[in-house]
Design a protein around this ligand. Structure first.
Ligand code: HEM
Length: 195
């Protein structure tokens, strides 16, 4: 019986831009963001745990501000790379989930054909990308909004006060949104660059 070869040994790596380091078809920045999410999600969890169970508001604030800056820089570099340099579509084309399908059910068909005016319903790569983008875009907006309001409305150093109700509610929504962005991003990465 032939030994199973690691997946990356079968992959042609002749794509535009800089190849990543994880041995998949993804570009360098895609690999960086894919891995960074594994650090950002626990950091966010830790930051929320600090307020909830340790009442360490100052450290929560510091972690959240660092996360905002890191995410801002990462998203900018990532967008530049994906849009202009490393041709993610070419990298994803080898995936069995890339090609269009005849039908993916009435909901998906209506979204892509009627709403987005595409000639056909695409494969799971694009469908997952759409789901991911919904979470990613709302997270980016919520994140800045929750962060900027907190910086303006909490005293320095931060302690609970009149802004608490709104911050806790929207902070939780933003945190769940971020988690969903990470999970759908990981699934998209697998569908597009590993499968
Ligand atoms: C986008 C960034 C942020 C997110 C997603 C976020 C999220 C959260 C969440 C989910 C909680 C509630 C924890 C719980 O009790 O269940 C919380 C509490 C808190 N956060 Fe943030 N936070 C962010 C930025 C900030 C910043 C920049 C400050 C300070 C200027 C701040 C100050 C606080 C304080 C003082 C609390 C204690 C709860 C209270 O006010 O009663 N947060 N945050």
């Amino acid at each position: 019986m032939a030994a199973k070869r690691p997946v990356w040994q079968n992959l042609p790596m002749d794509y535009p831009g800089i190849d990543g380091f994880l041995g998949t078809r993804a570009s360098l920045m895609l690999d960086v963001v894919f891995l960074a999410m594994f650090a950002i999600v626990p950091a966010l969890g830790w930051s929320i745990w600090l307020v909830k169970f340790r009442r360490n508001y100052q450290l929560h604030k510091q972690i959240q501000v660092v996360l905002m800056v890191v995410l801002g820089v990462a998203v900018t570099l990532f967008e530049l790379d994906v849009r202009f340099f490393s041709g993610w579509r070419e990298r994803a084309e080898a995936s069995p989930y890339y090609a269009s399908v005849e039908s993916a059910g009435p909901v998906w068909d209506a979204i892509f054909v009627n709403l987005l005016r595409r000639p056909a319903t695409p494969g799971w790569v694009f469908r997952m990308l759409l789901i991911h983008l919904v979470f990613a875009v709302t997270t980016a907006i919520l994140w800045v909004w929750v962060g900027v309001r907190a910086l303006r409305r909490y005293p320095h150093p931060p302690v609970p006060g009149p802004h608490s109700r709104s911050h806790v509610l929207w902070g939780k929504i933003a945190a769940w949104d971020m988690l969903m962005t990470a999970v759908t991003g990981w699934i998209f990465y697998w569908l597009a660059f590993v499968a």
